[in-house]
Design a binder for this molecule. Structure first.
Ligand SMILES: *Cc1c(COP(=O)(O)O)cnc(C)c1O
Length: 420
């Protein structure tokens, strides 16, 4: 691609891309009367302008109908989660029956591990990436302890090699092979939140299965960012949040995936609640749990309607655009950001180092600014750029294809250049 570091080029590129109009559908925080350069959609996605009316509808139906809203609301609350299922399933490459929106991400990871981390004396180890997102580290460690195993023995963490930032796939496969007699679970973040490295989920799933292990992914940074094919890859289970790339609002409802091959197995151990009970007989209130044969079985409680309304507003936009078009635009924007960082580097003695791999990435560039630290990040904020700081030394920038523009990226380059 022939990029240029000019306002004219950036504006032309925006004009030429038909997805650029979606920017108008989002609300941007303001800085000196101008939209900020918002590069933190991988942490908290921006609010669609439609979200308010979706939530308002539920508030009004609640006011007008009280409990009868469960059946009589415009979008009845009883089956409300079902309104999200098809659209969510498309985004992650799953069948609708394999997909459910419920709870929060870490909660879902635990609930799924109740079913899919079943350690035995022989097979009890979990393999994950080193420096996984802290919540995942706590979840995995606490599961191991809960089952009475020692973390030192049972947790295999794959690190980057000395002097490298990203993890080599061959090191993952080698560790899987080495532990093939004792490995119970491979549980990796599909995209590393720190470096932005995307893992080959299809190949890791194959390698895990060959070793006789279950394979699950945390897709907090994958859902709505990458083209995923959870069903076709044969992934056993996955979970993700909806407030990052999926723009559903702070702490909004999370997603879960359980592969079709497990859905008929009603003997799987699990923590049950009434929302996982067969819908047809749920309200007979019988004491025997009759599990649904879809991912809905893992639901415990009735659905958080306001969070789901926000999620529905966002998924409607994703459905309109489609992941193929979105990923294509994402690649162009991310490549332009890489180019702009390179342009700044030329003028600033190569002080910026991009640690995100070129080949395995979504819409995130993680930058180490050698010789600068958190003060640089603070200065960016003061100048109307919102990137994200991760200890000890990384500035993460996510040019989100739904609402970021080439012009955002150009402006970022100008501001960054002026601060170094
Ligand atoms: C954002 C994120 C979380 C956050 O977990 P919550 O349960 O939603 O608070 C967990 N894991 C990963 C990999 C994340 O990126």
């Amino acid at each position: 691609m022939n990029f240029m570091n000019s306002l004219e080029f950036a504006q032309q590129s925006d004009k030429a891309d038909k997805l650029s109009v979606y920017r108008q559908r989002f609300l941007f925080p303001q800085h000196n009367g101008q939209d900020v350069v918002y590069f933190t959609g991988n942490s908290l996605g921006l609010q669609p302008k439609t979200t308010q009316s979706y939530i308002q509808q539920e508030l009004e139906d609640w006011a007008k109908l009280g409990v009868e809203g469960h059946f009589l609301a415009k979008h009845p609350w009883m089956p409300y989660h079902e309104f999200l299922t098809d659209k969510m399933a498309k985004i992650v490459g799953a069948l609708p029956e394999e997909t459910v929106m419920m709870n929060q991400l870490t909660v879902n990871l635990h609930l799924l591990m109740v079913s899919f981390y079943r350690p035995t004396k022989q097979r009890y180890k979990i393999l994950c990436e080193a420096k996984a997102f802290p919540s995942d580290q706590y979840a995995l460690r606490s599961q191991i302890k809960f089952h009475g195993y020692s973390i030192e023995d049972a947790l295999i963490e794959i690190s980057p090699r000395e002097g490298e930032y990203t993890i080599r796939h061959e090191d993952i496969y080698e560790a899987i092979e080495k532990n093939k007699d004792s490995l119970a679970l491979v549980m990796i973040g599909g995209v590393n939140y720190f470096t932005g490295q995307v893992f080959d989920m299809k190949a890791i799933t194959e390698a895990g299965h060959k070793a006789g292990a279950i394979v699950g992914f945390d897709l907090a940074h994958g859902a709505g960012n990458l083209k995923l094919a959870l069903h076709d890859w044969g992934v056993d289970f996955a979970a993700w949040c909806s407030y990052k790339y999926l723009n559903s609002g702070p702490g909004s409802v999370a997603g879960a995936f359980v592969h079709q091959k497990h859905l008929k197995n009603t003997d799987l151990p699990m923590f049950a609640g009434w929302w996982g009970h067969d819908k047809k007989t749920r309200f007979l209130m019988d004491k025997t749990f009759v599990p649904m044969q879809t991912a809905e079985r893992w639901q415990m409680s009735n659905a958080p309607i306001f969070a789901m309304a926000a999620c529905r507003a966002s998924l409607d936009i994703f459905d309109e655009v489609g992941m193929d078009a979105l990923v294509e635009r994402s690649k162009r924007l991310t490549a332009y950001l890489e180019f702009i960082v390179g342009e700044v580097n030329k003028q600033k003695n190569d002080c910026l180092e991009i640690i995100t791999p070129k080949e395995n990435r979504g819409c995130q560039i993680s930058i180490v600014a050698n010789g600068y630290g958190k003060p640089l990040y603070n200065k960016l904020i003061e100048n109307g750029v919102i990137p994200d700081w991760r200890e000890p030394n990384v500035i993460r920038c996510a040019p989100v294809p739904l609402y970021n523009s080439f012009e955002d990226i150009f402006r970022f380059g100008q501001i960054l250049n002026s601060l170094l």
